[in-house]
Design a protein around this ligand. Structure first.
Ligand SMILES: [Zn+2]
Length: 421
């Protein structure tokens, strides 16, 4: 394994430090702190038994947020580097994420405008390709030669890709359910695949490796979880920023105005994408680029965040639900970052059954020719549920996060072919 790389990440000079997401004013850490790197989130909140991630703090007055409004679609994620932690991060062409307007389905479901951000078009076919480069860049900049993640799916495929490009070694902790093709990809990239018997064992063993200082963490390993590497999670803001420009076309908006969706629906497990996109909208709003904010919706396969928001459950507890086939958003845990994205945006969580996700999956294929992973189709199912409840209205603009395409479905998922004619 070579350790040479042509990537030379450069830290944003306007990064000031880190802020606890629970107490962003009281729990602040300077930029030399390891708080963004050790995977434990805010140490004060952890000590109090309230695990909470951290977000990155910048001197925003020095950043040029106007680039969000500039149309430069061919440059991908590098277009946004001045607003992220690292320029010169490893890139495989990610970030040119298509934003597709779903004309037929918007009419069928009865909403004003409906968009899908198609993360399946990223280099390894999922949204993780927005997160991984910044996390890997951080590891490179710190001189860490090994990166690690706990994943039996999209995060692992993404991490081995960027680690290989950056000349880093990668260690993946997976469960036996892993797709054989992904395992082949990981091994072909020269990464180490460690198969654990359960998701909990996966987190535990990854955590032990991180604590020994043997690898730099890209994903969560704590239980209760805090979420993934904050340098990576922050980069999901670019998906929010990218969604703003095409929505500005038409609609009678004044010249240069950016149109904001009324609702953003995100398939959610530990909420990295949900939180990262919400932070992106918040930063654009604080910079004066947009004048309104969307309401965020988490689509989930069992009642976790819905239990937290509606029934007052504690986000740190274990959540149980009936079996389902939405493996990319499964698991028994929730995070504070998810809860905060929903509370701060006056959003909500919607529990989607396998049957509802399958129906939405078929609708997407039939009306739009779009083939998504079942976990991603859950976002459309959540929209249908909220439309039926008249929470989302007929004039609203809705953005769905299509986190991955259907070719990434793990084995064992047999999707019935529906007759819609
Ligand atoms: Zn804290």
């Amino acid at each position: 394994m070579t350790t040479h790389t042509r990537f030379r990440p450069v830290l944003n000079p306007h990064l000031k430090g880190f802020a606890c997401i629970r107490y962003p004013v009281e729990h602040v850490f300077d930029r030399d702190s390891s708080v963004g790197d050790d995977g434990f989130g805010c140490p004060f909140c952890l000590a109090a038994g309230l695990p909470a991630s951290v977000s990155l703090l910048y001197d925003d007055s020095k950043l040029d947020f106007s680039l969000i409004a500039k149309d430069n679609p061919a440059s991908g994620s590098s277009h946004y580097w001045p607003l992220l932690a690292y320029s010169g991060a490893p890139t495989r062409g990610e970030g040119n994420t298509p934003l597709v307007e779903l004309f037929s389905l918007s009419s069928e479901i009865g909403v004003g405008r409906l968009y899908l951000i198609q993360f399946g078009a990223e280099p390894t076919g999922s949204h993780k390709d927005l997160m991984t480069p910044q996390a890997v860049a951080r590891g490179l900049a710190l001189g860490r030669k090994v990166v690690t993640c706990a994943s039996s799916g999209n995060a692992g495929a993404s991490m081995v890709t960027y680690a290989a490009a950056a000349g880093q070694e990668a260690v993946i902790f997976a469960t036996p359910k892993m797709n054989a093709l992904w395992a082949a990809h990981i091994r072909s990239a020269g990464a180490r695949l460690i198969v654990c018997q359960s998701a909990n064992e996966r987190w535990f063993r990854m955590g032990e490796m991180v604590k020994r200082g043997e690898a730099y963490p890209v994903t969560n390993f704590l239980k209760p979880p805090v979420g993934s590497n904050p340098f990576g999670v922050e980069a999901y803001a670019t998906a929010a920023w990218r969604s703003l420009r095409p929505l500005a076309i038409g609609d009678g908006a004044s010249a240069g105005a950016l149109r904001v969706p009324d609702w953003v629906i995100v398939p959610t497990a530990r909420g990295d994408l949900l939180w990262g996109m919400w932070r992106g909208f918040l930063r654009a709003h604080a910079a004066g680029l947009i004048t309104s904010l969307p309401r965020m919706v988490a689509a989930e396969p069992l009642m976790r965040l819905e239990a937290v928001l509606v029934h007052g459950a504690d986000y740190r507890q274990n959540f149980q639900g009936p079996p389902h086939l939405m493996s990319s958003i499964g698991g028994e845990t929730a995070t504070l970052q998810s809860e905060l994205a929903l509370r701060q945006s006056n959003g909500l969580a919607v529990t989607v059954s396998t049957e509802q996700a399958l129906a939405a999956f078929n609708l997407l294929c039939h009306f739009e020719g779009i083939f998504l992973e079942l976990s991603s189709a859950a976002a459309l199912a959540a929209l249908q549920i909220l439309r039926e409840r008249a929470v989302i209205g007929p004039g609203h603009t809705v953005l769905l996060a299509g986190t991955s395409h259907g070719y990434k479905e793990p084995p064992g998922v047999e999707v019935p072919v529906a007759s819609l004619t």
